[in-house]
Ligand binder design. Structure first.
Ligand code: CA
Ligand code: CA
Ligand code: CA
Length: 276
């Protein structure tokens, strides 16, 4: 049995480790979310209304199930509204955190597989929290300038997300590998000035890299955190006034296959026991 389990496990692990990534845009004037399950032009895979016009929209894995789902932030009250599925409906978490008129930033700051909340305020200070419930910041530090855009990702592939900032005027990224004050570990220009930043693990190698969404509604994605041409795109999705984000999902076929193999294993174990 051990031999068979080992072979089956070796066959299952690479499949389940593979995550699918898609891109999304949120129309802040109508609070409509459009998501596409591939990194290419084409119609949305799904669209739904969420939250209220004027809010900020993003995606994160709020419950650690491997799928990143919709979240929204109301700047006027500095309140997060997080939902565990990519569909219309009520939030699963409502959390007031930080000072009003901050900018939201989302990441797995402690590497436990759950994305949690953070804010970047007008003084260029990050306040990050390791759980999606009310309470004080677990980390507070200054990085960048308050007028820039906060971003987050696992820039060095160590399993923990850390912060970065994007200066839209010159389309320059400043990324840091630890959630603390200090110099950037990466400092490079990417994309047209005036773009909006997004981040994602576009090639599923465990390292989060950058992307931008320009004022014409084009995505430019790069597989390394350095200056250079896009590896994917430019491709059009949405319109330039929308807010870009990425979301990782566990593909359905892998989940189904895991279930089938799991059932097969149990059947095999039970039948072996009956034979002895
Ligand atoms: Ca976490
Ligand atoms: Ca990291
Ligand atoms: Ca990557």
């Amino acid at each position: 049995m051990k031999g068979i389990s080992g072979v089956l496990l070796a066959a299952i692990l690479p499949i389940t480790a593979f995550a699918q990534i898609g891109i999304g845009v949120a129309d802040p004037t109508t609070a409509t979310i459009y998501e596409r399950d591939s990194l290419s032009s084409g119609p949305p895979s799904r669209s739904f209304n969420y939250g209220v016009p004027g809010w900020d929209f993003f995606a994160g894995d709020w419950n650690g199930d491997g799928t990143q789902t919709i979240g929204a932030y109301d700047p006027s009250s500095s309140t997060f509204y997080l939902r565990n599925t990519n569909s219309a409906g009520l939030p699963d978490y409502v959390i007031q955190f930080g000072a009003p008129n901050s900018k939201p930033v989302i990441g797995d700051w402690n590497g436990d597989g759950i994305d949690t909340i953070g804010v970047f305020d007008s003084s260029g200070t990050f306040s990050l929290r390791n759980s999606n419930n009310p309470g004080p910041a677990d980390m507070t530090f200054q990085f960048g300038t308050g007028s820039w855009t906060p971003i987050a990702g696992d820039w060095n592939g160590d399993g923990t997300d850390s912060i970065g900032v994007f200066d839209p005027n010159i389309a320059n990224f400043y990324l840091r590998n630890t959630n603390s004050a200090g110099p950037p570990d990466f400092n490079f220009q990417f994309g047209p000035p005036g773009s909006k930043p997004l981040t994602g693990d576009w090639n599923s190698d465990g390292v989060t890299t950058v992307g931008v969404f320009d004022f014409n509604g084009n995505f430019y994605l790069r597989n390394s955190n350095s200056a250079g041409p896009p590896d994917i795109g430019p491709f059009a999705f949405g319109t330039g006034t929308m807010q870009p984000f990425s979301f990782a999902t566990v593909p359905e076929p892998a989940t189904s296959l895991l279930f089938i193999i799991g059932c097969g294993l149990i059947t095999l174990c039970v039948s072996r026991r009956w034979q002895h």
